[in-house]
Design a binder for this molecule. Structure first.
Ligand code: ZN
Length: 56
């Protein structure tokens, strides 16, 4: 089962900027037909200040 979107608090390890992002803790790619870009976006957070991509 694919988890609902969760709002998470992220602190950028590069610049220290704290922001709210979202993720899906688990994605069932067999049952739910998400494209790869969506999955990538769901599993990472991008710092709005410096653009650093954080793996969740
Ligand atoms: Zn940053």
């Amino acid at each position: 089962m694919t988890s609902p979107v969760e709002r998470i608090f992220v602190e950028c390890p590069k610049c220290g900027h704290a922001f709210i992002d979202w993720c899906r803790p688990s994605i069932n790619t067999e049952l739910d037909d998400f494209d790869e870009d969506y999955i990538r976006e769901a599993m990472t957070a991008t710092c709005p200040k410096c653009g650093h991509v954080i793996e969740l």
